[in-house]
Design a protein around this ligand. Sequence first.
Ligand code: 9MG
Length: 283
Amino acid sequence: MSRQQHPSRLPCGSRLLDLSRPQVMGILNVTPDSFSDGGRFTARDAALRHAEQMVAAGATLIDIGGESTRPGARSVSPTEELERVAPMVEVIARELDVIISVDTSTPAVMRESARLGAGLINDVRSLQRDGALDAAADTGLPVCLMHMRGEPGNMQDNPQYPDIVSEVREFLVERMAACATAGIPAERIVLDPGFGFAKTLEHNLVLFRRMAELSALGRPLLVGVSRKSMIGKVLGHEVGGRLYGSLALAALALTKGAHILRVHDVAETMDVVRMIAAVEAAQ
Ligand code: 9MG
């Protein structure tokens, strides 16, 4: 199903997300180091400024995460996560005209973020934590379901699949069914292949090449590859040198039907989006 064939608007709390054209989601991590003792106000202020810049550059969503999902990352307590995320949701909801996405698997964070004005739940664990399905259903918000096996701490321990695309498709179909049972209708779901999560480089490349097959599930696709190690492995660049690789994959993802790009470099990605739109609009 192409971008144009999807329902064009996704209600996200008090805002509507226009899915008839590509959307850019800016990444805002509020992980431990940024909120160390004594620096709380400054760190939050800096995060707000960063969000502000991403919105000015064209981001229509800001994804706020308080628990790192990098390979090997340690998990944090729900209280700690809530203390990091809630103040950011509150201040961004008050200050900026943007849809707030919360990158969380924690039911209490979902509920409180929704109360404070979040518009989307982005759960890399696809609502598999205890209580997450009910919490997400109760918020009434749309949910991004992402493919991952295991946990960030162990997901890269020799992942193997007979066919990565079938694996991802079947996983997402199963999670959509679980959502339906919990009262989250398909219309509220966004799907994500989960690049870099429990996948080898080969898995990521094949999945990317065949991404359009996931559009057949009939839901909008969110793609997150910005600065990821699949780019580092192909190009041999450290994280700071992965911008051009990220932009190449952003362009390719759009031609393969992605609806939402989750990125660090919003202004640069917007150039890609605008350039493709200009070509596609030409008669
Ligand atoms: C939180 N997070 C990190 N990478 C991600 C990705 O690829 N997709 C989604 N939905 N969330 C991600």
